[in-house]
Design a protein around this ligand. Structure first.
Ligand SMILES: [Mg+2]
Length: 259
């Protein structure tokens, strides 16, 4: 099978923290040498693509800003398309607010003025935030999540991600989000298709997480490659009952897929 495009996850697939995963830079070069167009897609909502160019570059991955997008990019675009004139009450990290500011989106702290609630990873999330979110949703406004990742890798051990904040709010509001963006959502698939305009069957999706990376590949009709260098080990894979098209120890083994 000759591939023309590849969607690559970032954390757990090409880097761990700021360090390259052993073998992965060589695998990335191999993909590029095979003439395959690459696109990095991260579910981290707190960073804009420009931050990834620097971070990936420092780890040995040469990449342009238009070859990277994040759950922050998907969320910002979704809001610009559906809530451009709305006041957004956002529970999230400062980096997400920066992306909203750059896009001209308007945020508010005023529950009574909010036209929608956006929930995301927030390292300062507390009881007052939970009250604010609950009172906002009592008004019946749309409930939007940036990405579904309940747990995310951190240098020492895993920590709660956006999904944990979204679930806390959903629990107290007794209401599911109307939409959760990032991988594997439809808006993320749409952005992948725009930036990798190849037939889905000619595209690879490589990632370490089953319910985001592999799910996106399956939903988009692409060839899925799970790497065991991140959050999914052999036991978790067996327990999940999901069958990626290929399972590799890390991206350095990509020759097994490329042939
Ligand atoms: Mg990952």
């Amino acid at each position: 099978m000759a591939f023309s495009g590849a969607v690559l996850d970032v954390d757990g697939t090409v880097v761990r923290g700021n360090d390259p995963i052993p073998g992965a830079p060589a695998g990335y070069r191999r993909i590029r040498e095979a003439g395959i167009e690459t696109l990095f897609v991260s579910n981290n909502p707190t960073k804009a693509p420009s931050a990834y160019v620097d971070r990936l570059g420092a780890a040995g991955y040469d990449v342009d800003a238009d070859r990277v997008f994040t759950a922050g990019t998907v969320t910002t675009r979704y809001l610009s398309e559906h809530h451009a004139d709305d006041e957004l009450l956002c529970i999230g990290d400062p980096g997400l607010f920066d992306q909203f500011d750059d896009a001209g989106l308007s945020t508010t702290d005023d529950v009574a003025a909010a036209d929608a609630l956006v929930a995301s990873i927030d390292r300062d999330f507390d009881y007052d935030d939970l009250c604010t979110a609950m009172w906002t949703l009592e008004r019946g406004v749309p409930f939007i999540g940036t990405d579904p990742d309940v747990v995310i890798p951190a240098p020492k051990r895993d920590v709660p991600g956006s999904g944990a904040v979204i679930n806390a709010i959903a629990g107290v509001a007794e209401r599911d989000p109307d939409v959760v963006l990032g991988k594997p959502s439809d808006p993320a698939i749409e952005m992948v298709r725009e930036r990798l305009p190849h037939p889905p069957e000619e595209c690879l999706v490589v990632g370490d997480r089953l319910n985001t990376d592999i799910a996106l590949g399956e939903r988009a009709g692409m060839t899925t490659v799970l790497v065991k260098s991140g959050v999914t080990d052999t036991d978790r894979l067996a327990a999940a009952g999901v069958t990626p098209d290929h399972v590799l120890d890390d991206l350095g083994d990509i020759d097994h897929v490329l042939g």
